[in-house]
Structure formats: C-alpha cells, structure tokens
Design a protein around this ligand. Sequence first.
Ligand code: GLN
Length: 511
Amino acid sequence: MAAPTNATGTAGALNTFTAAELAQKLDSGEVSSVEVTQAHLDRIAAVDGGVHAFLHLNDKALETAASVDAKRKAGEKLGLLAGVPIAIKDVLCTLGMPSTAGSRILEGWVPPYDATVVARLRAANLVLLGKTNMDEFAMGSSTEFSAYGATHNPWDLDRIPGGSGGGSAAAVAAFEAPIALGSDTGGSIRQPAAVTGSVGVKPTYGGVSRYGAIALASSLDQVGPVSRTVLDAALVHDIIGGHDPRDSTSLTDTWPSFADAARAGALQENLKGLRIGVVKELDAPGFQAGVSQRFHETLAILEGAGAEIVEVSAPNFDYAVAAYYLILPAEASSNLAKFDSVRFGLRVNPVGGGTVEDVMSATREAGFGPEVKRRIILGTYALSAGYYDAYYGSAQKVRTLIQRDFAAAFAQADVLVSPAAPTTAFRLGEKVEDPLAMYLNDVTTIPANLAGIPGMSLPMGLAPEDGLPTGIQIMAPARADDRLYKLGATLERLLVDKWGHTLLSQAPALT
Ligand code: GLN
C-alpha cells in the first residue's frame, strides 16, 4: 500500500469517506465491507504507532465483514450502516474482546456479554474495528491517565486528543475509523471532539442505554457517537438509542429519526424563527482568544442565516465544576468498590500472605492509577457521615440550581451555545501534575451532564494563534436531541460553504 499522501491517507482511499458515503457504496455494490474494513485496518497499521488510538484490535473484524458481504449478496435486507466499521471506547463491554476501561485492574478481562449499544451495532451489522484508549475509568480530560500510555492528537502528536475519550476522537480524526462510540460523564465525548476537529454528541440522559458501560458516575454517564459529520453521528445515534429494559434509567420515549433531522438541517435554507441563546457564563474572558474569536464569528454566521441571538445568564454555572467534582467522585467511589480482586480482573497477593482485606488493598493499590485513587479518596470523604451534608448534600443542591438555570434559559431560547472547550489541545504533560487545571477544562461541558440535557460539539474552525481545531457546543432541552442534529447539520453546511472544505481535510499529514 502506498504511504498516505495527506492528512486523510491516500487520496480517495476507502478510509477517507464518511459512514454515510461508505453505506451508499456498500449498498450499490461498488465496494465490499471486506475492502472497507481492510482499508481502515491498513490505515491503523500505518498511523496508530504514532497516534495510539487503539488498545485492542478485533481479530474477527474481517470475518464479520465477509459475513455481512455474504448476507448482502444473498439479498438479505440490511440496516443503513451494515458493513461500515466502527471503533468502540474501551469503557464498553464487548463479548470476546478485552474491556479494560483504561485500567490495569481490568487488564485482560474479557466480558461475558455485550453492552446493549454494542449488541445493537452488531445486530445492525456494523463491523467492530477494536477498542479505543481512554483515561482510566473515564477520569480525565487528556487520555494521559490511561494505564496503557497516552493517545496523541492527530493534528499535532505532541498534544493531547482530549479526554477521557481521546482514543475514539483521535481514531476518527486520523481517519482510522469513520465513526466511534464514546461516553460522556462531564464532557468526555464533546471535549475530545472539540480539540480534534470531530463531531461528538452526548445524548439526553436515559436516551441511550448504559447497560454494559463500565460505570463512572451513574447519574451522569451517557454513551454517544463520535464522527466526522453531523449526519454520521445521527446515523449511529439512531442505532444505539431507544429504550432498554436492562437499564433502569432508560427512557421509554419513542425518538424521532435523528438522521432525518440531520438531513432536514442540511437542506434548511435559513434559521428564521430559531432563538439561539448564548450562555454568558460560558463565554468567559479567560478562554483562549482564538476560541472566543471563532465562537463569535460562528455566532455572526448563525445570525446572518436568520437566527435570533439572545444572551442568557446561568449564574449557578459558576459552581458547576465544584459540584461535579463532589458528585462524580462520590458516585465513582461507590461504583469502583466492586473491583475487589474477587470478581474481576487483577488479584495481587501480598508477599508473605495476608487477610482478605490485605489482598483487596494490595490489588487496589497496584491496579488503580493516581487519578482514580484521588477521586476514590475524595468521594469517600464527601460521603462520610460527618461531611455528607456539607459536601455531597450541598453539591446536590447546586445541581438543582443548575437545572433551574437551564429551565430559565430554555424559556428564552430554543437551543443554547458556547465554546465546547475553553482552549485548543494543550501539550502532553502540561496539566497532568495539576488536577485542578485539568478539571477546569471541563467548565463548558459539565453543566449539561448535571442537568441531563443533550449536547453536541461541532468544529468551528482553527484557532488563529496555534492552527488547532476549536469546537462549538450546542445544547437543547432534555429529549430534544433532534434540535442538535438539525441545527448542527445547517451550521456544518454554512461553515463548509465558508471554508470551501471540511475542517479535517486540512489536518497535517501524519506520516
Ligand atoms: N474530564 C471529565 C472528568 O475527568 C469528564 C469525564 C467523562 O466525561 N468521562 O471527570
């Protein structure tokens, strides 16, 4: 195979197409799933040494692709994305494939079942390429807290790809996979999308099943799509979304087709009648200048297309990061108690033997990394009898106030927008020793998780000072995910009209 000639790989190679384009080529018989899958495996072989998006490759990928080709040949009616490859964040359980959540404590663990979202992808005949790298148990904003080494941003290998789902975002941005799954507890789909120039969606809480997603903070976690276009994200969301009786928080709603919403958005002539709220507290003076500049240019484009831009205030957002970093560790400390050396993964026997408690403590000491330990300690402290009301109780009250801020804002606007991340991709190593600086990178994304509302990150151009991607976040009321796809697709079209190309086609070459 010829060496990749540009950012995307060999011009015109099968790894350069979107999932929707590949689906069309597969459907018309122009290409086979084996060819499409092989093209992505070749791309992974060529560039993943430098990017390190994948922790594990599915050795059955080509076999699955061949079986999908055979079904198509036999005239079987197949789903829209049948035969299209997809990468899966390692936080999701995959039958027969290791699922580590980026932790040593689960090294080599192979789940006996599929997460519901994975089962739905398989049932729709997608081809699982493999498992992507992530911060350990999804704690982090840079993927540097993975126990298996950092992932690198395809735009600049010395920079972080965001986190915790840096692997999924980098795989998509490096054209190693057309689409991927991520999980978003405080921004882990949207912030990596912002800093890699890809599209990422956190659905409404309860809109996508969490069954088989290794839990970080159960009241915040949500699985969602990562892609290079809004339509591709919608196509994935349509497959993975909808009620799941195995998840007690799963909504029983009937959802509209998000792909239809995206298609309608792409064709939408103007935005007349749409009220777009700019959240004052998320348009902060401390944000990187180029991020703010691109954000305001994008607002002008939206206004030029007929939208009404209104300023809204959400005063309690100032306390969102603080509340989140009490609620999340509290829930995480409880969720991670099951890693006790008895039921899953690693077991470390202390030298000279010891009690059951000694074995548990030696295992957790060796199996968890520093950020996970930090949060377990914070969480158990916040939940302890003497401090529960002062910390956890107060944080829950703030959560309610943030939900009220959103309710007030959505009375004035149909959707809300903000930068998806306050900065472009920072350098590897820059914040890893400074947890607070790392936490503050989530300031724009956390409020949506605390309120359970959906959010999308969409590329809005390169920051002039460093030439790196920036993202705009669109938020909608709970259950109105279709608004994200509709407006997202319109904005995507307006931006491509302006630039004359997609953002990712401008990424520097990887080899
Ligand atoms: N960066 C955030 C954190 O460290 C978000 C994590 C996530 O969404 N999984 O908690």
